[in-house]
Design a binder for this molecule. Structure first.
Ligand SMILES: *Cc1c(COP(=O)(O)O)cnc(C)c1O
Length: 359
């Protein structure tokens, strides 16, 4: 018996690389997924609890409260706000709405591990452009790859996994040179952590570029990745397109309520960003003292060069001692890298001390 026959596209769809957890009995330090180390704040917990008794009802398919709060915060019309089950859902919906066999999409590599799915699921051709030697997007090289077949350009700023960012004016000039019939998605999952810009700076770009979409998430600085909520800001046509290709109830009621509450507490966002920047300086300088180079991080993680040390041995060795980080190779990097998220000071120091036992 030969079993179920699946379609041919399926073979091309990569399996999302999950972080290894290994059999460590003690307390695990999870620094593999760029999560924040803090749980939901008390008002967000309150909003979550407030939903429990009405879970017999479907969630609001328009996500109206959440979209209105995002609109208030960004100064845009809520018609321009799309909300998704994580920003990844919006990325995959964008592939559905924009791409097809014969179309092309352009993105840098290494970059976010979901991007290869967009071509694989739609049958479009992915054109990947290597990052420059500092781990930054090479926008000139990307612009050269745009053809009449290009429908979508992805720019991840700050970039995952290399943590680097470009200033807004460079992105502005880049988008301005591209034809206006192709969509540019600027993935800003980590924008709050960047010291190169204020998150509001990129909102100005939306006024100049009618084909630009900013993609943001409640998973990172807001710390709600377990609930799944992300959003896109762009032209109204983009929101209605991604809404048409998805089921109406994809964002659950708890996620909508928690995100709508979390966005009201920008003081908490600032506190988290400050903590993260302090930990960034700490981890980067400690790594430098050990002779380990990092790219210039504008995010909540470091991209660490291990020199000629064995990447697998270090990542596995850390995991066996209860510290989970990502191997660079699994993220599309060249051999000899790891990506480590900043946790609490205690967690970061445990990472550093554990690393010392392996170096
Ligand atoms: C974590 C991350 C996201 C967020 O994905 P969600 O689906 O919103 O959790 C988006 N883009 C990049 C580059 C990321 O690293």
């Amino acid at each position: 018996m030969s079993g179920i026959e699946f379609n041919r596209r399926l073979e091309a769809i990569p399996v999302y690389p999950v972080a290894d957890s290994y059999g460590h009995d003690g307390e695990l330090v999870k620094l593999a997924s760029n999560e924040t180390p803090w749980g939901p704040s008390p008002p967000v917990m309150g909003a979550i609890q407030g939903q429990l008794e009405t879970l017999n009802r479907y969630p609001d398919p328009d996500k109206s409260v959440l979209r209105r709060r995002i609109a208030e915060r960004t100064g845009l019309s809520s018609e321009r706000v799309a909300v998704g089950n994580g920003s990844c859902e919006i990325l995959l919906a964008a592939a559905d709405a924009l791409l097809e066999p014969g179309a092309e999409l352009v993105y840098a590599w290494p970059s976010f591990s979901i991007y290869p799915h967009l071509a694989a699921q739609s049958g479009a051709r992915a054109v990947t452009v290597p990052l420059d030697s500092d781990g930054r997007h090479d926008l000139e090289a990307m612009a050269r790859e745009v053809t009449a077949a290009t429908r979508l350009v992805l720019v991840c700023n700050p970039n995952n996994p290399t943590a680097t960012a470009l200033p807004v004016d460079e992105i502005d000039a880049f988008v301005g040179e591209l034809p206006r019939n192709l969509a540019v998605i600027l993935d800003e999952a980590y924008v709050e952590f960047s010291t190169l810009q204020d998150p509001d700076d990129s909102l100005d770009l939306l006024e100049r570029h009618p084909n630009l979409v900013l993609l943001r998430t409640f998973s990172k600085v807001y710390g709600l990745c377990g609930l799944r909520a992300g959003y896109a800001l762009g032209p109204e046509s983009f929101r209605s397109a991604v809404d048409r290709v998805r089921q109406p109830f994809s964002v659950n009621a708890i996620a909508q309520a928690a995100a709508a509450e979390a966005i009201r507490h920008q003081d908490e966002v600032e506190r988290r960003v400050e903590h993260t920047v302090i930990e960034r300086v700490h981890v980067e300088s400690e790594l430098a003292e050990r002779g380990l180079d990092t790219t210039e991080s504008q995010a909540n993680f470091s991209w660490v060069a291990l020199g000629d040390r064995d990447e697998d041995a270090i990542v596995k060795g850390l995991a066996e001692l209860g510290v989970i980080v990502r191997a660079g190779k699994a993220l599309g990097g060249e051999e000899g890298r790891l990506r480590v998220t900043y946790g609490t000071r205690r967690e970061n120091d445990r990472f550093l001390a554990t690393l010392d036992t392996l170096l």
